[in-house]
Ligand binder design. Sequence first.
Ligand SMILES: Cc1cc2nc3c(=O)[nH]c(=O)nc-3n(C[C@H](O)[C@H](O)[C@H](O)COP(=O)(O)OP(=O)(O)OC[C@H]3O[C@@H](n4cnc5c(N)ncnc54)[C@H](O)[C@@H]3O)c2cc1C
Length: 266
Amino acid sequence: MKVFIVYAHPESLSLNGALKDVAVSHLTALGHAVQVSDLYAMQWKASADAADFITRRDPQRLNYPSESKSAYKGDTQTENIKREQEKLLWADAVIFQFPMWWFSMPAILKGWIDRVYACGFAYGVGRHEGEHWGRRYGEGTLEGRRAMLSITIGGRAPQYSERGVNGELHDLLFPIHHGILFYPGMRVLSPHIIYEAGRMPLAEFDRVATGYKSRLDQLFTDDPIPYRMQNHGHYDSQQVLKPGLGHGQHGTRIHLLQPGDPPQAA
Ligand SMILES: Cc1cc2nc3c(=O)[nH]c(=O)nc-3n(C[C@H](O)[C@H](O)[C@H](O)COP(=O)(O)OP(=O)(O)OC[C@H]3O[C@@H](n4cnc5c(N)ncnc54)[C@H](O)[C@@H]3O)c2cc1C
């Protein structure tokens, strides 16, 4: 199988760098083909701006989604954006390796998403009408691929538990899991997390690497997070969850399929 690793850490000798190296060597040893985008080494431009467009529909006023759509459709995107899209299309699974920075991803990775996820590629895909509001949330260009976050976190696990002061981890990751990975169609695996990463002694690394390797062994067999598909009967024409679904759940959790839910329409 083909695995694409998007790696965002400024220091190659970091813990994140070491975890990326473990993934490359282990996945290769398992017989998978691996490509890596090392965003800092590539000096990836994080800001989405006018320089992303070789030709402009409207040279007076920048409307990013509209220029993005026209560049994607007209095959006039910049080479670096195109190359990253090709890697996503090549992959059967995509791993994002990064440290948690301010409860999210480093800005360089967010900028990779902003620019690579072009209009017509990752959003603005398909018919928008009634209960079918674009090919998104389970459908779309990246359908058929798996995605997994591999994150190092400075804080302790209890701080990210249900009643932990930092907020529950899956709630914090919902915008990435659901809004960035599931949105263009990928199936999202539970994240691989290393807590208290900043203080991890070097002597711990073998244990951590072994744990990560066994997780990677399951990359193509683990069940994904059971998010509801948008266009398969559970949401109404305003894309609101229909009455009777999501019972006993609250917040972002209503978007997870529950035992006893009616089957999603074909
Ligand atoms: C801007 C910023 C924002 C942050 N926001 C948050 C936040 O919102 N929430 C939160 O919980 N934390 C936060 N942190 C902490 C951050 O998540 C951790 O610093 C980070 O996850 C540690 O990963 P690293 O790769 O940078 O570790 P490094 O600093 O590279 O290493 C961490 C430890 O791992 C050890 N180590 C063991 N084996 C190896 C090996 N093989 N190679 C390299 N090192 C090894 C090192 O010796 C070191 O002690 C933030 C940090 C920054 C800088």
